[in-house]
Design a protein. Structure first.
Length: 55
């Protein structure tokens, strides 16, 4: 009986702390993460051009 309780606590903890946030991130964050990557690369390219102009 103790092993059942321990396994249940372990399973619920892993589900609450790992599985649910991963599912949430996959379902709701995917489109914006691609947009963020593009924005970061644009900012990086602009910054690199600015550094080249100063030299």
């Amino acid at each position: 009986m103790a092993s059942t309780i321990i396994f249940g606590l372990f399973f619920s903890t892993v589900t609450a702390l790992v599985v649910i946030p991963l599912i949430y991130g996959v379902l709701y964050d995917r489109p914006s993460s691609g947009r963020r990557f593009k924005e970061r690369s644009i900012v990086r390219e602009t910054a690199e051009k600015g550094v080249e102009k100063e030299r």
